[in-house]
Design a protein around this ligand. Structure first.
Ligand SMILES: Cc1cc2nc3c(=O)[nH]c(=O)nc-3n(C[C@H](O)[C@H](O)[C@H](O)COP(=O)(O)OP(=O)(O)OC[C@H]3O[C@@H](n4cnc5c(N)ncnc54)[C@H](O)[C@@H]3O)c2cc1C
Length: 538
């Protein structure tokens, strides 16, 4: 039965204190996440093996920062004096059912995918970095390349087990606990009951928004915790929905000589894929992701030899390249794929998704430059993915070098904005104008099928960092006016600029409403203080 109230239970599993590490050398390796903010510090790292040990840490420590793989790009997994609670030992895959899997928080997405592949199943909403842990992806409501077809992590979570700052445990099942019509939940803990009034702002209507606490009419309690960046409770286990049958995948690296033609091609591919889903057409083109790299990203790939290392040719004067994921019927073989592609331009070719796609590439005038990884060709798939993933790594390396050689204050200066797809061309023009006006060197890549791309400044000085931040704030205003969100998938964390973007999205009243939620569930402000917003001092 549905209710707006939920009663907590005592923690289960192996009791006693969690294993604790105080060796400064070991702790030193946990003081940064992938945002590489400076100033991380901590004296304790705990690695609980059970829910009961997580609860024990929560009761005894004065402040706690849960961490998964620390791949956060926002500083949200950078300790600032808290006890670091790593979920690395909560790594059991408890059950794999027909379309559900029960996992502990410390299982990596890569390991989950390996086990699911053995069972021919598939969990689609994975971030690009597959070393991320399930608990981290839930806490950031991660999204990835395949959001276009499959949505974000939130849409795949059926149940959560969460340890609250009090040490009480909530088992939250999707659909079982919905907000009261006057906008509150009730949580019955061991020694008190808590009223949680939910915020009344409305997140923008775009495929990805990872910005503060989720809310809306009929809010499900599970959705308040998903994406809350570890500020309300520690996820110890989750039930994920999975596809009972794993599709076959084909990747295509597609370079375009000019941007407008490339954007038109993306728009057409999106339309065709949506039509295929609508009509359930087995011959239709089915796309789950379209990633893109702009001209500057491609120049970096060439400068660093990433293209040569992976045997991928990027023609001169390419101004934008795509990495397209095509889904094909389960079990389709490499031979069958090559056969269809080879016959696509011949008379009497069969009408299949790959034939249609090959024809489309030929008509766009780019077929000769396309690089393909057919189903089952893991080596070629890895190479094409390495080209796309090589861009952020190469940009981060440049930032690291500038930081050491020029100014210690230099840091990652990047935006994670999303607009409705129809506004993407305008957004890219706005980026061009704003960054050119400021004389900034910027590479842009991302999830173009969602209208979500990441401009990254390549700073030559601290002034570039400051100018890049000002550009992001100014562009965020435009993005909000276009019905988009300046915080799409990376969350907010401890980033000052992202915290300012959160305020721009929901206003001071929105932040105050989030603080009330936090205060109700975590009155001592014990969990992740400084993540999302500054610590409550009232
Ligand atoms: C190369 C690269 C590519 C990336 N691509 C994407 C992408 O495509 N899409 C995307 O969304 N993100 C992406 N990210 C960001 C990052 O991978 C995701 O945010 C991911 O979900 C973080 O998982 P994690 O296990 O590393 O969590 P961490 O970084 O360890 O933690 C992230 C946040 O969640 C909290 N947290 C962690 N575990 C728990 C838990 N069990 N309970 C409660 N709170 C917890 C932490 O306190 C922190 O606030 C990328 C990062 C890198 C480095």
């Amino acid at each position: 039965m549905r209710s707006f109230a939920l009663t907590a239970r005592p923690p289960a599993g192996e009791a006693g204190p969690a294993p604790i590490e105080r060796d400064p050398d070991i702790i030193a390796s946990r003081l940064e996440d992938a945002a590489h903010f400076t100033g991380g510090h901590a004296t304790e790292l705990v690695t609980p093996v059970s829910e009961a040990q997580v609860a024990d840490v929560m009761r005894k420590a004065s402040s706690v920062l849960p961490v998964g793989a620390q791949s956060s790009l926002t500083g949200g997994a950078t300790p600032m004096g808290e006890t670091i609670l790593s979920t690395a030992r909560l790594k059991g895959i408890e059950s794999i059912g027909r379309d559900r899997v029960r996992v502990q928080a410390g299982v990596s997405i890569a390991e989950l995918d390996r086990q699911l592949e053995l069972a021919s199943k598939y969990y689609p909403p994975a971030p690009t970095f597959d070393g991320a842990f399930v608990g981290g992806t839930i806490s950031t409501n991660a999204a990835g390349a395949a959001t276009f077809k499959y949505g974000v992590t939130r849409q795949w979570i059926e149940a959560l087990t969460v340890v609250l700052p009090s040490g009480d445990v909530l088992d939250i099942e999707r659909g079982a606990t919905r907000v009261h019509e006057d906008g509150h939940f009730e949580l019955h803990l061991a020694d008190r009951s808590v009223r949680v009034d939910v915020p009344r702002y409305r997140p923008p209507d775009v495929p990805k928004v990872s910005a503060g606490y989720w809310t809306g009419p009929g809010l499900d309690l599970i959705d308040l915790f998903i994406g809350s960046e570890g500020t309300l409770g520690i996820v110890t286990a989750a039930t994920l929905r999975v596809l009972p049958e794993r599709p076959a995948f084909c990747l295509a690296f597609v370079p375009f000589p000019e941007r407008y033609g490339c954007l038109r091609f993306v728009a057409r591919l999106r339309e065709l894929a949506q039509q295929t889903w609508r009509d359930r057409d087995p011959r239709g083109i089915d796309i789950s992701a379209i990633e893109h790299m702009d001209a500057r990203s491609l120049a970096i790939i060439r400068e660093d030899g990433i293209d040569r290392a992976n045997g991928v040719g990027v023609p001169d004067r390419t101004s934008m390249a795509l990495l397209v994921t095509i889904e094909l019927p389960p079990g389709m073989s490499a031979e069958q794929a090559y056969d269809e592609i080879g016959r696509a331009r011949l008379p009497g070719a069969p009408d299949t998704p790959l034939v249609r796609l090959t024809t489309m590439l030929a008509e766009a005038g780019v077929l000769e430059s396309v690089e393909i990884a057919v189903p089952g060709d893991r080596a070629r798939t890895a190479q094409l993915l390495s080209v796309r993933e090589g861009v952020p790594a190469a940009v981060n390396a440049r930032i690291g070098r500038a930081k050491h050689a020029r100014d210690r204050r230099i840091e990652k200066t990047a935006a994670d904005m999303i607009v409705p797809f129809s506004g993407l061309e305008r957004l890219l023009s706005l980026y061009d104008d704003e960054f050119a006006r400021r004389g900034l060197d910027v590479a842009i890549w991302g999830h173009i099928s969602d209208g979500n791309v990441h401009p990254n400044v390549i700073p030559r000085s601290y002034e570039d960092v400051e100018s890049g931040r000002a550009a992001i704030l100014s562009l965020a205003g435009e993005v909000l006016r276009m019905g988009g969100a300046p915080l799409a998938e990376h969350g907010v964390g401890r980033s000052r600029i992202k915290q300012e973007l959160l305020r721009m999205m929901y206003g001071d009243e929105g932040i105050a409403a989030m603080r009330r939620v936090k205060r109700a569930i975590d009155p001592e402000w014990k969990l992740s203080p400084g993540v999302l917003f500054s610590r409550d001092t009232t």
